[in-house]
Design a protein around this ligand. Structure first.
Ligand code: ATR
Length: 277
């Protein structure tokens, strides 16, 4: 029988994870079935118990990340730092191990797929919510010169910086207080969802700046349009992060690394086709 994997969420019908993991399985000749499970609110534990009777691994998305946290028996250090999990792994002894592959997925997309080194760079991170907490450890492990977190609610940026200050040079401030130029700017606010732009000074961008929006869409995001208009060297979006976090989960489950580039390219093409249809 094929090994069983799934993503649980609510809603779940737009999830690209089944498509991504099925392609990875074909590529690496792994005998597995990956499905999307719509879980009623309040029913995560029951559904996860039922799944793990035979299932080997789960991805968990909105709104069950907190439930998944509670469900796990053990945690990777990056999951502990992120305070959130997106991947559950059933161990031989029956226990469930939790990991968070979002941050490492983004870092791989930036450094490997797009050839942009973080080491030694000045990095600006916009936003101080859960999404940003999830990426800070992997970003700091690349040894940037400095990370500045800017957020609408300044106290949240400062508290977050404090939580990660043992790993590297990191500080928090408000958008208007951001000073100087940055080599890498990561937008982790949910402002893009409503088409809004965090009000950072235009002077943060120079001709070598790489901008990364953790959101993605068929059209360039508002943040990336803004950055491109200021002649940033590159404007990247979170599609690569989505596929890389999946690749990382897949490797944890199966012990083989799939190739993410063809999957990123085919999803990008399908987004553009939908746009022009
Ligand atoms: P997520 O899980 O996506 O990180 P979150 O934890 O609710 O969601 O965090 C959302 C982030 O986007 C926060 O940093 C939030 O700023 P506040 O901490 O001040 O609330 C930021 N955000 C949301 N809407 C925004 C907007 N219109 N302009 C600027 N920042 C915004």
């Amino acid at each position: 029988m094929s090994d069983l994997y799934a993503v649980m969420g609510n809603p779940i019908n737009h999830s690209k994870s089944p498509q991504i993991h099925s392609t990875f399985a074909e590529q690496t000749e792994q005998d597995l079935i990956y499905s999307a499970i719509l879980v009623p609110l309040e029913k995560f534990k029951e559904e996860a118990d039922s799944f793990f009777r035979n299932g080997r691994g789960l991805n968990v998305t909105v709104p069950f990340k907190e439930d998944a946290w509670q469900y796990a028996d053990t945690y990777s250090s990056r999951a502990l730092r992120a305070g959130a999990v997106n991947t559950l792994i059933k161990k031989e002894d029956g226990s469930v191990h939790a990991d968070n592959t979002d941050g490492i997925g983004m870092v791989r997309d930036i450094t490997v797929n797009n050839g942009c080194e973080i080491k030694g760079k000045r990095v600006l991170v916009l936003g101080a919510g859960g999404a940003v907490r999830g990426i800070l450890e992997p970003v700091l492990e690349e040894k940037p010169r400095e990370v500045v977190i800017a957020n609408r609610t300044v106290s949240k940026a400062q508290a977050l910086a404090e939580d990660f200050s043992d790993i590297g040079e990191i500080s928090g401030c408000g958008f208007e207080q951001v000073e100087g130029q940055f080599d890498l700017i990561i937008n982790g606010t949910s402002a893009s969802l409503s088409g809004e732009l965090p009000p950072v000074p235009e002077s943060v961008i120079h001709l070598e700046t790489t901008c990364y929006d953790m959101m993605y869409s068929a059209e360039p995001t508002v943040f990336n349009q803004w950055a491109a208009g200021l002649n940033a060297a590159a404007t990247l979006d979170g599609l690569g992060m989505l596929v890389e976090q999946a690749a990382e989960s897949f490797e944890k489950w199966r012990g083989v690394r799939p190739e993410s580039k063809p999957v990123i390219n085919s999803i990008r093409e399908s987004l553009l086709l939908v746009k022009t249809a």
